[in-house]
Design a protein around this ligand. Sequence first.
Ligand SMILES: [Mg+2]
Length: 330
Amino acid sequence: MTESALKYVASPVLLLARNTFFHHFLVFFIIFLQIFEKCCTFAENLVSVVMDTSKYPCLGALIGDTVGSIYEFDNIKSVDFQPLFDKRAEYTDDSIMTIAVADWLAHTGRTRDELEDRLVYWAEHFPCPMGGYGGGFRTWLFSPERLCDFKGNRYKDGRRHPYNSYGNGSAMRASACGWVAHSLEEALDLGKRSAEITHNHPEGIKGAQATATAIFMARQGESKDAIRTYIEQTFGYDLQHTCDEIRPTYDWEASCQGTVPPALIAFFDSHDFEESIRLAVSLGGDSDTLACITGGIAQAYYKEIPDEIINEMKMRLPKEFWEVMEDLAQ
Ligand SMILES: [Mg+2]
């Protein structure tokens, strides 16, 4: 632009700027714009504090696993840990296997062989998650030739056999069963089948079934009292305690029967999704798995999860996990 052209453009602006009325108008206009922007942000926050998460079944389980991940071997006996998502927090094997079961339910004919295929597929794609895979399950996944029967003899066929486990791995991966079931009977059946491929001990199966049925009942709008009564009567768990009663003496525990009842109690004691996760972590023990089970049930019950929590998860989960959850919701 030439000098004369610049003068041509600038002179009216300078003239206007010297005008007191225009100057005041400009100042007020800028202040108005700033106030308008703040009002828009406030209104946006008001309408999107929480998000309906039915599009992402199982997300609550993955959130609990992620939040609890850093406390699994460094327990914190408090609900007031800050921030909710530590910068070191990551999804662990609990999330990967939850997605594997969700994939089995969403994309296959739900046979035993297809479940084995999906569990192995996801483990091979995510072989070294934070905390790793449990010992027995790692053998089942990666060294099936070392599996032994109940007498301690190695199987000769090199195939993957269940190993009579009652570890909490069956419960932590079962949440999708509760999301797709159309009846309590179906939740029980899917929970059993998702577990017994590895965890064929009665307690291993019960843990998966209790998680699946609690989620199914929560989805149906059943009350906490109804869920508590059903789980107690069906599986024989003692759920007549509170987190405050359990917390002082609760220690590291990897069995279904030692993990599922406290995870359920954390849900019963809570008043919203975030509190359920904080309560589960505050018990100590296998924090990520406790919070994974609690979070799965709490999502189904409370329906909504704060946006800020979803946004944290968007930064932490691989896109494949989101895709499986979306497909499961179809
Ligand atoms: Mg874990």
